[in-house]
Design a binder for this molecule. Sequence first.
Ligand code: GLY
Length: 391
Amino acid sequence: MIKQGYRLMIVFCVLFQSTFAQQPDIKKVFSDAEKQSMLMINTINNKKTNRLTFPRSLDKDSLKLVPSGDWTSGFWPGILWLEYEQSQKPELKEYAETFTRLMEKEQWNTDSHDVGFKIYCSYGNALRLTGIENENYKAIIIQAAKTLCKRFNPVTGCIKSWNSTSKWKYPVIIDNMMNLELLFAATRFSNDSSFYKVAVSHANTTLKNHFRSDHSSYHVVDYDTITGNVIQKNTAQGYADESAWARGQAWGLYGFTMCYRETKNIVYLKQAEDIAAFILDNPDLPDDKIPYWDYNVPDKIQEPRDASAAAITASALYELSNYSTNKKKYREAAGKILESLTRNYRSAANTNGGFILNHSTGHKPAKSEIDVPIIYADYYYLEALLRSKKK
Ligand code: GLY
């Protein structure tokens, strides 16, 4: 009898664990995240200058603030909007609005493709969550899309990510897929199909030139602006030109999933599914589903993870699950990533300067932001949690 009770207890524990494995306690995680954000607001208020306002990471335990021109600036207002979405607390909306307004001049910033990240994570969420209340937000999104399109060249068929360097003439990075969401939104708000055409051209050119036969992607593809031909394929943030930089794979997955949502082009869905297979079936993906910073780095055990790549992947998989016949597989995979992040990669309360997750890697080759909290990991983690609630 005792033996049977013991067996039942084990069965119960296993069942409980596997159920829990798919379901972080979202209410509790968001309530903890909010407390972290309040801690961060205090630190920002004590530290900020006129120029440095947006949290990006920790540098030797000290909060690293960046100006609105930094590519990561939009994630902080985005986080506040996502926390508002969950809690509906007016004070969170006020904070979100305050930091969103500080992004306004970025609609005109032609310096890089990052205007998409900056304006869509801030104003995109603002518009989504406040709706008609703020027609002005639509105008800002449309202007930002016009700014982004200034970097499009019909000869290359894509948007130039970074300005030219001694190494690259017309560098386009896989991350740039993320900026297309702004263009699709601007098309809806303006009825101007030129944004849509630029987005589709960029996606098609990336599809053609960025991917290897195993569906992993190069980080940087450089184009000749006279012929439109590819000059070289390299990496900037990955381990090697021929390696698979972890966050790059996540940007590609998220980007092509979003392009399918916006166009219903089955080719993009297939691409997203192929990228998902590269990530999920990868023998170099650790058991806890949080990748090392690059899938091909040798001596992995010594190498840092990239929680941001995992968070972006989880969020993308939830969206992909809505369009794919592999719904169950993708939801389960996303659930495992979220469970792992929640259980083993979250900051303890009142630590890490208010960041939610730890153990991301920004730019290992440049020895920058290695195994630290980074703001975009937190953004996509919260987005993934919210997406997990929608069946
Ligand atoms: N877009 C830059 C990065 O992912 O680090």
